[in-house]
Structures are given as structure tokens and as C-alpha cells.
Design a binder for this molecule. Structure first.
Ligand code: C2O
Ligand code: CU
Length: 468
């Protein structure tokens, strides 16, 4: 019930404050099993792990190789990634490589680009990484359940001349868990229709690389790169830039044309989104990642700065833009996408598998959202585009909830006052807002376009487009 959850949220937030000083230094503690044939092996399997560190009670997580996040996969620009997925879960699974402009057959979408991998079976992923940057991987079969239980990890593609040394390259995978009163992952509420029709599965406990409020020790005079990945099912992180500072250099793995001093009021980070930050800590700085969306600011990572370390030259080799085909707005074809449904909104008509759903139908199928009136439509594409064609998708959010829309296989530019803005692979859209994105269809195949609030995706906000 919501009252109990409110209380436990407050309790957990207070406990997080009390833990502030005790987080140990998170190291690269993830062992990646690389076998003789050059494949990395990722075994998806259940494993116990304590999320709430004040109690001895472990949660039943689903992990890659026993950890959540799973092992960090780190390769050089244009290298091949070969991963053997071994499924030791009680249900079928698959892996999606979020943000990679990948070969369609390797995209990992069960039911669209591959069959789900049944328990006891193996699937081999083999693809090249065309862009350098900060990406991630996660389960893409019943994602609301599997990602929510811990099946995700960082996928880092290094530039040939990275801006910082390897030791100064810090990856922070943030997750928002829902814990019960005894501090364990609440597994009973997975699939709750309330979550599906409202803001998704929101948690009450933040972790970074599976740790609560960890310390990352920095040396004054060094240059650091923070790669922040929002792996939450549904939480939009509201980060306070003033408590961390530095220069923002990339969104969703794609470098900005010009770095921006990270000094605005709040940085909203939808599920699935990433940003890269360059930090130059000074001796007295008190740096932290602070989340502003709750009742009170919540510190979820700290960066104590130590003296020493040679004072380095302050110049940084910033990452160069990745090689994208530029959208041609003059020749674009425009597709409209109206988002409807969800609690407290105009439901409109929701069509699912040829049936118009009434309230009971929604309860029975869990389909409560729609794109252009259709819920969870995998039978037909939203649109088709030819290779090389510029596509504009005009999205209108007619619901009472924000959404985080993600396109597979492509990055796109947000249109700002008719001009081409930032490159992204996931964008936030507020209620009543209209957002237009533009990209060149440059990757043949069937590509999902869905809300990355995983309960919304499962509850109807899933569609796809085809590049011919
Ligand atoms: Cu990161 Cu279709 O998802
Ligand atoms: Cu959504």
C-alpha cells in the first residue's frame, strides 16, 4: 500500500544519509570471463545480493555472471564485440545493446529481431561498434521484470585517443530499486497494473554500480571523466549540476559540438539516458551526485578530493563527433506519433490485436497506453523509410505522464525551433509537450521505437519502424 511505501521511502532515504561516510571505494571488481575463442561469456542467472547494506538480508537478483550491474564491457572504437549469452534464468531472455548502431540481427529484441533464448540455451552476439562513447546493455525480453531485477551493464567504446587515462575514466551505473521494509528487493510488485498505468516502477533506493552512496576518491589536479548511466526502470533522475560541476561533453554517447559548463538548475535524466562529464577537481571541492526529485535532496555518490597528484596541463582532447549521416530537413518525410492513455488522462480508444479495449480489457491485457491509438503493436510497423531518407518523427504527449522515448539502431537530433539540436538515442517528453526528432534512415532492418519506462513499454508504448 502507498502509505507503507511512503514510510519506507523516508526510512531508506534517511539511512542513505547515515551511510554517506561509510561507502568503500568501488573498484573494477567485475571479472569478465573471456574464453579461448574470443567470446565474452555472460551467464544470466539468479544470485543473492544485499542491496540494503544495513541488514544481512540478501535480495533475489537476476545477474550477468553473478553481479548487478553485470561486467563492464570495454572495447576500442570499431572493435568487434562477441558475447555468448548463456541463459540460466527460469525464463527466456535476450540482450539489447542500447545506443549501438548495430546489425539488425544482433539488436536483441525478442519477437522482432530474434527469438527469445529459452532457459538452458545459448545465443551468440557478434557485432562491430561504429561509434565511440558511453553505451549500455540490458535484457530485452520482459525488460520490466529482467532489467528491474538487475540484468544490465555498461558498454564502453573507447576513443582511440581518450580524453583521460583509464584510471580517471569512471563509469557510474545508477539504478533505482524498490525495497520492502526489511530491505530486500520487492519482487511481488513486479507487473503491478498501478505501476504500468502510472509512472512506472519507481523505487525507494538508489545504487551506483550496485553500491549505496559510494565514494569515488579523486586527486586534485587530475582530469576525470564521469560516465553516468540511468539504468532505472522508470525513474527520471533529477541531478543537481551545481553539486558536481565540470563540463558536459556528451549525451547518450554522442559528443556535443561544444562542451557546456555543467551549471544549470537541474539535469533531468530519463531511464536509458547517459551523460559524460569532465571534472577537474580542486583541493577543497566538495563534489557529490545529488538527486532532487524527492522530498529532500538525496546524495547518492560522493567524490572526496585528495591533495597530491601532479598539477596537469588543463587541456583535454575532447572526443570527436561520431560519423553520422546528416539529416536533410528540406527533404524529410514527417511521421506523427500521438501518445495517449495512462491513468488520469483522456484514455481515448486503445486498439490491441484487433480488439478495442474497454476497462476490463485493459485490466486483462495490461495494455493501457497507445501510439496513434494502437497498444503494443508488433504486427505492423509505425512507418517504413528507405535507406538514406530523412525522417522526422513528430511526437505529441497527450497523457498526464512524462515519457522517455528510445529509438533502436539510430541516433537522432532533437529539433529545437526548427534547427537541428543535440544527438540523442532517448529523449524525454513532458505532458502536453510536442517533440520532433530527425535522423537519416541509415541502418536497414526493423527497429523498435518505445518508451524506456519499461512498464510503459510493456503496457502499450511499443512500436517499430522499418528501414528498407
Ligand atoms: Cu534500452 Cu529497447 O531499449
Ligand atoms: Cu512512458
Amino acid at each position: 500500500n502507498s502509505r507503507g511505501q511512503g514510510q519506507s521511502r523516508r526510512r531508506f532515504l534517511q539511512a542513505a544519509g547515515a551511510l554517506a561516510a561509510t561507502g568503500a571505494v568501488p573498484g573494477p571488481s567485475w571479472a569478465l570471463a573471456q574464453v579461448d575463442d574470443g567470446f565474452l561469456e555472460l551467464t544470466a542467472r539468479p544470485a543473492p545480493k544485499r542491496l540494503y547494506e544495513n541488514t544481512g538480508l540478501p535480495s533475489d537478483l537476476w545477474t550477468y555472471n553473478g553481479t548487478a550491474p553485470g561486467p563492464e564491457i570495454r572495447v576500442k572504437h570499431r572493435e568487434r564485440v562477441r558475447v555468448r549469452l548463456i541463459n540460466e534464468l527460469p525464463e527466456a531472455t535476450s540482450i539489447h545493446w542500447h545506443g549501438i548502431r548495430i546489425d539488425n540481427a544482433m539488436d536483441g529484441v525478442a519477437g522482432l529481431t530474434q527469438d527469445p533464448v529459452p532457459p538452458g540455451e545459448v545465443f551468440e552476439y557478434d557485432f562491430e561498434v561504429p561509434d565511440a562513447g558511453t553505451f549500455w546493455y540490458h535484457a530485452h525480453t520482459k525488460s520490466w521484470n529482467q532489467v528491474g531485477r538487475g540484468l544490465y551493464g555498461a558498454l564502453i567504446v573507447e576513443e582511440n585517443t581518450p580524453p583521460t587515462g583509464r584510471e580517471q575514466d569512471l563509469v557510474l551505473v545508477v539504478d533505482d530499486w524498490r525495497l520492502t521494509r526489511d530491505g530486500r528487493l520487492d519482487t511481488e510488485s513486479f507487473g503491478s497494473l498501478h505501476d504500468w498505468s502510472h509512472g512506472g516502477r519507481l523505487g525507494n533506493w538508489l545504487t551506483v554500480n550496485g553500491r549505496t552512496n559510494p565514494d569515488f576518491r579523486l586527486q586534485a589536479g587530475e582530469i576525470y571523466r564521469l560516465r553516468i548511466i540511468n539504468a532505472a526502470n522508470a525513474r527520471i533522475l533529477a541531478i543537481d549540476p551545481k553539486r558536481i560541476g565540470g563540463d558536459l561533453i556528451a549525451y547518450d554517447g554522442q559528443p556535443l559540438a561544444v562542451p557546456r559548463p555543467f551549471d544549470w538548475e537541474v539535469e533531468l535524466m530519463g531511464p536509458g539516458q547517459r551523460f559524460d562529464l569532465i571534472l577537474r577537481p580542486e583541493a577543497e571541492s566538495d563534489l557529490a551526485l545529488v538527486e532532487l526529485s524527492g522530498n529532500q535532496p538525496l546524495t547518492f555518490a560522493r567524490f572526496p578530493v585528495e591533495q597530491g597528484g601532479a598539477i596537469k596541463a588543463p587541456d583535454v582532447r575532447l572526443p570527436k563527433p561520431n560519423p553520422f549521416a546528416a539529416p536533410d530537413l528540406g527533404a524529410a518525410r514527417v511521421f506523427e506519433l500521438d501518445m495517449t492513455g495512462g491513468a488520469m488522462g483522456r484514455m481515448g480508444q486503445i486498439l490491441h490485436k484487433g480488439e478495442v479495449l474497454d476497462r476490463d480489457g485493459m485490466r486483462r491485457t495490461g495494455q493501457v497506453w497507445a501510439f496513434n491509438g494502437h497498444a503494443g503493436n508488433l504486427e505492423a510497423p509505425l512507418f517504413q523509410a528507405h535507406l538514406g531518407e530523412t525522417v522526422v518523427i513528430r511526437t505529441r504527449n497527450l497523457t498526464r505522464w512524462p515519457h522517455a522515448m528510445h529509438a533502436h539502431g539510430h541516433h537522432f537530433r532533437i529539433l529545437q525551433d526548427g534547427a537541428l539540436g543535440e544527438w540523442r538515442d532517448t529523449f524525454l517528453i513532458a505532458p502536453e509537450e510536442q517533440v520532433e526528432i530527425a535522423f537519416q534512415a541509415e541502418n536497414p532492418g526493423k527497429w523498435l521505437f518505445h518508451c524506456h519506462m519499461l512498464e510503459h513499454a510493456a503496457g502499450g508504448m511499443t512500436s517499430w519502424f522499418e528501414v528498407l
